[in-house]
Design a protein around this ligand. Structure first.
Ligand SMILES: Cc1cc2nc3c(=O)[nH]c(=O)nc-3n(C[C@H](O)[C@H](O)[C@H](O)COP(=O)(O)OP(=O)(O)OC[C@H]3O[C@@H](n4cnc5c(N)ncnc54)[C@H](O)[C@@H]3O)c2cc1C
Length: 322
């Protein structure tokens, strides 16, 4: 069932009760791993619209329907000469799902452009406004993946975008790609084009090769533990973060164990990006989950680091009972 408005969502709650079927909330489906066929009412969030709700000399606030395709919003903001979302170009999925895991790429997370969001509480049908602090955004994380998991449906997200541009190009290959493009003082549009180019070269298109993006999060460990690991693995990369912790690229751990490009029947680890597990056809979610488990086990044995999944694994238990 498609929900094009808040009223449609409330109708879906009634329908779910009437049919005696649990509910599953679907955005673009780009960050879920289905374990089985589910006997559920699937509610595809299709609320559209991008509206300017306020503006001053420096900033504009846009209120966006949860069903808007994320990259369409990025393109719209660039067309309006607004900056803030350019580094997040081409992330698959919808605007409504973006706060779920505080989507991020190339040194930026939506947290930095987030103003507030509106969501319907499933148990009561009432609308609640969540300010940034209420969302408890973290690295690929928010309150909606934790305490409030399965309790709210996000209907709109408001973003605070800038009329001035402060480029953030220090991350990954952005700078070198911009240089090759001849963009000396890069505009938000230049940055977006560079990000799109890099992503298209590195990541498989889910329309062509089934995948859900990064399967694991980058783990963080204590500085002490990192220094111990360095004694055995001198090349292990680490990026210091707050609280004397170090973030380790999960891709490096997986690659070092020789998983890049490896296949296990119909599933495998992508040949260019070891964080991405792919379905070459004819497999199901359980095969991917099993491959993920094998990788987790080996990483744990070799590095004593537990990889946490980023993807949302969906089975019967994850459905919402009304
Ligand atoms: C090739 C590829 C590259 C990717 N790159 C990145 C990246 O760089 N950075 C990044 O952060 N992510 C990345 N991802 C992951 C994915 O793009 C994001 O997680 C995205 O936000 C998922 O959006 P979606 O609409 O497809 O959500 P879905 O997969 O449909 O849903 C994800 C979860 O959110 C819930 N949900 C969806 N919409 C709503 C709503 N309106 N209200 C409440 N709950 C909802 C669903 O029930 C589900 O649990 C990538 C994925 C792929 C396939």
């Amino acid at each position: 069932m498609k929900a094009e408005s808040k009223e449609d969502i409330l109708l879906a709650f009634k329908q779910s009760q009437l049919l005696g079927k649990p509910l599953f909330i679907l955005g673009g489906g780009s960050n879920i791993l289905l374990l089985e066929d589910l006997d559920a009412l699937v509610l595809k969030i299709s609320i559209l619209g991008i509206d300017k709700i306020s503006e001053d000399d420096q900033q504009v606030i846009l209120k966006v329907g949860a069903g808007v395709v994320w990259h369409d919003l990025v393109l719209y903001s660039l067309d309006q000469n607004l900056s803030g979302l350019e580094n997040l170009s081409l992330i698959p999925g919808t605007v409504g799902a973006a706060p779920m895991q505080n989507i991020g790429a190339y040194g930026v997370e939506i947290k930095s452009a987030f103003e507030h969001l509106e969501a319907i509480e499933i148990s009561t049908g009432t609308t609640r406004i969540f300010q940034e602090k209420d969302c408890r955004f973290g690295y690929r994380d928010s309150i909606f993946k934790n305490e409030l998991k399965g309790k709210y449906i996000i209907t709109h997200v408001a973003f605070r975008l800038n009329k001035d541009h402060q480029p953030n190009i220090s991350y990954g290959d952005i700078q070198s790609t911009l240089q090759k493009m001849g963009a000396i003082r890069p505009s938000p549009l230049n940055i977006s084009k560079a990000v799109v180019q890099i992503r298209q070269q590195k990541l498989p298109d889910p329309k062509e090769l089934g995948n859900a993006g990064s399967f694991f999060k980058n783990p963080t460990i204590s500085l002490e533990r990192y220094n111990q690991l360095k004694e055995k693995h001198s090349e292990i990369p680490g990026y210091p973060i707050a609280g004397d912790r170090v973030k380790i690229p999960a891709a490096w751990l997986i690659d070092t164990l020789g998983w890049k490009g490896k296949r296990m029947g119909p599933v495998g680890v992508h040949e260019k990006q070891p964080l991405v597990l792919v379905n070459y056809g004819g497999s199901n979610g359980s095969d991917i989950l099993e491959l993920g488990r094998k990788i987790q086990e080996q990483v744990c044995t070799e590095f004593n680091i537990r990889l946490e999944r980023e993807v949302n694994v969906i089975g019967r238990e994850q459905l919402i009972q009304l």
